[in-house]
Design a protein around this ligand. Sequence first.
Ligand code: NAI
Length: 385
Amino acid sequence: MAAIRCAQLGFKTAIIEKYDTLGGTCLNVGCIPSKALLDSSEHFHNAGHTFKEHGIDIAAPKVNFGQMIKRKGGVVKANVDGIAYLMKKNKIDVHTGVGSFVDKNTIKITGKDGKDKTITTEKVIIATGSKPTPLPFAPFDKKRIISSTEALELKEVPKHLIVIGGGVIGMELGSVYARIGSKVTVVEFLDSLIPTMDGTMGKELLKVAKKLGMDVFLGHKVTSLQNTGKEVALKAEDKSGKILELKGDYCLVSIGRRPYTDGLGLDKVGIETVKGQIPVDDHLKTRVDNIYAIGDVVRGAMLAHKAEEEGVLVAEQLAGQKPHINYNLIPGVVYTWPEVASVGFTEEQLKQAGRAYKVGNFPYKALGRARASMDLDGLVKNSSR
Ligand code: NAI
């Protein structure tokens, strides 16, 4: 988005990408493929659970997992091809390879064949994103101890998928597999699911997850995780020290993501990361006056639409405009069913800030429209003055 907005505003623009396809995590191994599987699994779930009540009689549906994964691949391909087309349309030069700073105006691009080329530039925008965080004592082996990337490409439906981390990824991918027949067990460190959102939403999602047959252990600290060949074995303990032991065939570790700056040569331009992030000012400028950074690699929510807004902001600033982002108006959505969507402050944040507020709740159960579509779980919550 940053590249497109720069090109639209008349800058000669180049984009450097180390993978063969553009679109980053969101399009290739994140939002879009997970949403494709969420939709497929939801259709399957409805066919087995709500069709009859709607008056649609069909034989018991079966999962064709290979086809689900294949369709997801097609969705990804159409999207990344679309991005490649947009680059051409906007006359953006695409360089495939790892980009690293030589100095603040020179970038080296190392291709897969190991050959280097350099380009010079007036301004740079770093948008290198993030990578899944591993457990310190159990790195991803990508076979049984997996991240979201592998969970989108499995060859079989897990019999028992253990999910460590009941955040956005854990709940989305956990619900995909729970709907298509896996036993799913979620182990979460804190006392709530999706703890970055309003606490009421975590409670509602817990009810929905249990209805879907998921087992959820809140307030559990994972102490060991091993791939034992055909299985994974996990140990965790609750606050009273009680030990939980689980065995499954796959373990999805979804305990957050961390900014990705490996191989970028930040030292060549004197940028130091803080807790992995590239420090930026309100204009998303780093400590080097012609280098900007946006998205998961800087502070704030790790959301593709937040990164896009930041890309547009930097481009428009470079063109002399005065754009502004109100970070508090950036919505967040967890694509379970029902989806959890939020914008603005959570009740917990208002409480902590000592602000006066009133809470209004409206349950979907009381809504005629929701009853008509058999969507009776959840509620709308408003905390405001
Ligand atoms: P997250 O921050 O949403 O959730 C991580 C969860 O793991 C938290 O509940 C945390 O308390 C828990 N946790 C941390 N360490 C743990 C441990 N050792 N044992 C057990 N639990 C532990 O991160 P997640 O789900 O990995 O997603 C990464 C990022 O990607 C997030 O920033 C998220 O916003 C973004 N994302 C957004 C999506 C969307 O907008 N729909 C979809 C998927 C990811």
